[in-house]
Design a protein around this ligand. Structure first.
Ligand code: SF4
Length: 337
């Protein structure tokens, strides 16, 4: 309980919404609907913490990550980084803040410019932010490449000369170059072989310890975030449905969606029998999400109330937040959303 008092938030997200308008007509185009990619999510990330953000493809997690960095403009909501509200910052202040908030992309093939050398790719943010030029920049690039497990001579090579795992190291080096405090890792290992995934996750953990980094780690698979996260938030169709400490989530998942996701993870110990919870149907369209609880069309425990009433996201005890009519709040005054 003492930890709650000492918590120092680096990132606070409140009621973040991103709706992409759907327009019809070429000349007098008018809005006929919206893709509700992110629909009012709230969470915080402590300094030095890793928060895993997990959900199926299309649940809005990547859009949320990009809204936090303002790579795309949020429709509404607050994103406070070290107390500053990112969506309302003027461009010059946002540019300054970008040094402190970096991103590692999912695709280590598509995210690196094939016409630039590795030295230029890693050195570009140093140039953009006026951090180092000339020999000082080259020295810093060499230093960062070695920090991420590459060699100084790799600076003269081009991305196509590297394996997927090495390319992701280049992406990490680029993010690290400006000494950020927060890194949004957007599915950084999803495109890599399983044998390489562990190496990249270990590298991210080492860098976190060495540089005191804070991570928002986005993934579609609960098994990937298990090792790196301190807490995990589970997203479904634009909303967070469960958020708690990692150990608690894997031991005592309370939301039926989290329970289904966990049941799909293969068990390494063959003596442990696990019952797989199969979800019916596909994830509904974010253009027209189901009424009430958005999960009711697939939930094996759905009740009548679930079709009409959206469950509140409440603290069920000790910071374990859940949005489900089956799970009562420990104290309704502690609601986050
Ligand atoms: Fe299932 Fe109802 Fe809980 Fe939604 S609120 S997860 S439909 S039981």
């Amino acid at each position: 309980m003492a930890k709650a008092v000492e918590r120092e938030h680096l990132l606070e997200v409140k009621n973040l919404v991103k709706h992409f308008p759907i327009r019809q007509g070429i000349i007098f185009s008018k809005q006929v609907g919206a893709v509700k990619a992110v629909d009012g999510i709230s969470f915080d990330v402590e300094k030095g913490e890793t928060l895993g953000l997990v959900g199926e493809s299309g649940c809005g997690k990547t859009t949320a990550g990009r809204c936090i960095l303002r790579l795309i403009e949020p429709t509404s909501g607050e994103v406070r980084f070290d107390g500053k509200n990112v969506p309302s910052l003027p461009k010059d202040e946002l540019r300054e803040l970008r040094k402190e908030m970096q991103i590692i992309f999912q695709d280590p093939y598509g995210s690196l410019n094939p016409r630039m050398t590795v030295g230029d790719i890693v050195g570009e943010p140093l140039h953009i932010h006026n951090i180092a030029k000339g020999a000082a920049k080259e020295e810093r690039v060499r230093e960062i490449l070695e920090t991420v497990g590459l060699s100084a001579f790799h600076a003269r090579r081009f991305p196509h000369e590297f394996s997927g795992g090495q390319r992701q190291r280049i992406g990490i080096a680029r993010a690290l170059a400006v000494n950020p405090r927060l890194i949004i890792c957007d599915e950084p290992v999803s495109a890599l072989d399983v044998s390489i995934q562990a190496q990249v996750i270990n590298l991210l953990q080492d860098l976190q310890e060495e540089f005191g980094l804070t991570y928002l780690f986005i993934a579609h698979d609960l098994s990937v975030v298990k090792h790196i996260s301190d807490r995990v938030a589970v997203m479904y169709l634009g909303k967070i449905v469960e958020l708690t400490r990692k150990t608690e989530l894997y031991k005592n998942p309370k939301h039926p969606y989290t329970q289904a996701l966990l049941s799909a993870i293969p068990e390494a110990d063959p003596t442990i029998k696990k019952e797989r919870i199969l979800l019916k149907g596909d994830v509904p369209s974010p253009i027209n999400p189901p009424s009430g609880c958005r999960f009711h069309t697939r939930c094996p425990k759905a009740m009548d109330i679930c079709k009409v009433e959206d469950p509140a996201f409440v603290d069920t005890g000790d910071g374990h937040f859940v949005a489900c009519h089956l799970v009562p709040a420990a104290n309704s005054s502690e609601n986050l959303a």
